[in-house]
Design a protein around this ligand. Structure first.
Ligand SMILES: [Ca+2]
Length: 190
């Protein structure tokens, strides 16, 4: 290619690039891309963030123990008096139900294995588990505010002392050391 033609071709390419840069449509496109890159992404599927969706409140419910049918058992009932349900069924005592803070579990005392133990079960009565498994008295359970611990009373070391354990029964630890009896541990609210 002759030098003159080569210069003409390069000049055409240069002016073509200048034309593209100066084209208002390209500037508009570049502006839109820049705006999209700098605008924070809204990850919420709800366009109205000032009113996030709220789960409907569950029906208020109570647990109680009663001698119905000749044995002391744990029951639940709705706060309007409907839906009474028997959760335990044993010839020995099942008393003092206490809800876990998240409402999913119920702890209670039972003598079903011959001595007082603290048991736990799901709120529908399933998943029964002996938490303390000790031949001495274990009683007066109290859930920690975060639901991870249960305080209780036991006389496993001679007289009634306050203990603490994880909510699955592990890590049972004595907290008090007195010659007199200690009862009814209660957690300070958060
Ligand atoms: Ca026991």
């Amino acid at each position: 290619m002759a030098l003159e033609n080569l210069i003409i071709k390069e000049n055409k390419g240069f002016f073509s690039k200048v034309k593209k840069v100066l084209n208002p449509r390209n500037w508009l496109l570049a502006g839109c891309l820049a705006y999209a890159a700098l605008t924070p992404v809204n990850c919420s599927s709800d366009s109205n963030d000032s009113n996030p969706p709220v789960n409907p409140p569950s029906t208020p419910m109570l647990a109680f123990w009663a001698e119905q049918g000749g044995t002391w058992e744990i029951y639940t009932i709705n706060a309007d008096g409907t839906g009474q349900k028997r959760l335990t069924s044993h010839t020995d005592y099942e008393i003092y139900p206490d809800w876990s803070p998240d409402g999913k579990k119920i702890a209670f005392w039972s003598k079903r294995n011959g001595n007082w133990e603290i048991y736990i079960m799901n709120a529908n009565g399933s998943g029964l588990k002996n938490l303390t498994e000790n031949l001495s008295l274990d009683s007066h359970h109290a859930w920690s505010p975060d639901g991870t611990k249960i305080a209780f009373v036991s006389d496993r070391n001679g007289n009634k002392e306050v203990y603490i354990m994880n909510a699955d029964g592990t890590g049972q630890t004595r907290l008090t050391y007195t010659s007199t009896e200690n009862f009814c541990p209660q957690w300070k609210p958060k």
